[in-house]
Design a binder for this molecule. Structure first.
Ligand code: IMP
Length: 201
C-alpha cells in the first residue's frame, strides 16, 4: 500500500499517538499541524461536526495535504447538551479540568437526570475543497457520578461512569478506555468508511 502523508489538525500529542497506528493501517502517515507552524483556528461552529470540518479544511488549505481532524466533548441532555462543544472551556477560557468538573457537579446538583454521553467526530478531507469529506462519529453513554474518582484519562473522565461499568473512566486502564470510548468507536467507523470509499473509486 502506498504511504501518503496527511496533516492532523490538532496539537494534542495524545490524539496523534492514538490515531497514528490506526491510520497507518490504511496507508496514512500523520504529521501534526504544529510541524507546519499552523495555529489553531477559532472553533465557531455550532456542533462537533462543524468544528471538526473547520479544523480539517484550515489545516488542509495551509499545507496542501489531505487532513484529519477530530472534535469531541461531553453532552448532558438534562443541561440542554452542555457542556457540549464548550467542554474544554466550560468554566472559562483557560479553565482546568478540575474547575470544569466542579462546575458540572454544581450544575447537576438539583437535576433529576445525570445521564451523559461523550461524543467524538472525526473528519477526513482529501484536499481543502473536498466536497465529500468522510466523517464518522462515536457516542459513549453513561452517568455523571456524585464526585470525582480515579487518576487516569483526562477532562471529565473522573466523573463519567459508562454503562456496564461500576468505575469511572478515570479508574479504567487506558487500554480498556481506548477500546470502548467514543473516540475508539469513531476511529473504527472512519477506517471502515475510508476502506469502503477506496473500494468504490
Ligand atoms: P477536544 O476534542 O480535545 O477539543 O476535547 C474537548 C474537551 O472535551 C476536552 O478538553 C475534555 O474536556 C472533553 N473530552 C473529550 N473527550 C474526552 C474524554 O475521552 N474524556 C474526558 N473528557 C473528554
Amino acid at each position: 500500500m502506498p504511504i501518503q502523508t496527511a496533516v492532523l489538525a490538532s496539537g494534542n500529542k495524545g490524539k496523534l499517538k492514538e490515531l497514528s497506528p490506526l491510520l497507518a493501517s490504511v496507508g496514512f502517515e500523520l504529521t501534526p499541524q504544529s510541524h507546519f507552524e499552523i495555529s489553531a483556528i477559532p472553533e465557531t461552529g455550532a456542533s462537533f461536526v462543524e468544528n471538526a470540518l473547520l479544523k480539517a479544511r484550515h489545516a488542509s488549505r495551509l499545507t496542501s495535504l489531505p487532513a484529519f481532524a477530530d472534535d469531541s466533548g461531553l453532552v448532558v441532555p438534562s443541561l440542554n447538551g452542555a457542556p457540549g462543544i464548550y467542554s474544554a472551556r466550560y468554566a472559562g477560557a483557560s479553565a482546568t479540568s478540575e474547575k470544569n468538573n466542579i462546575k458540572l457537579l454544581e450544575a447537576l446538583r438539583n437535576s433529576n437526570s445525570r445521564r451523559a454521553y461523550f461524543f467524538c467526530t472525526l473528519v477526513f478531507l482529501l484536499h481543502a475543497e473536498d466536497p465529500t469529506p468522510i466523517m464518522a462519529s462515536g457516542e459513549w453513554h453513561g452517568d455523571i457520578a456524585e464526585g470525582a474518582k480515579g487518576a487516569n484519562g483526562f477532562g471529565y473522565d473522573p466523573l463519567f461512569v459508562a454503562q456496564g461499568f461500576q468505575i469511572t473512566a478515570a479508574q479504567m486502564e487506558p487500554e480498556l478506555k481506548n477500546q470502548v470510548s467514543h473516540r475508539a468507536i469513531a476511529s473504527r467507523s472512519l477506517i471502515r468508511s475510508i476502506l469502503d470509499r477506496r473500494g468504490q473509486v
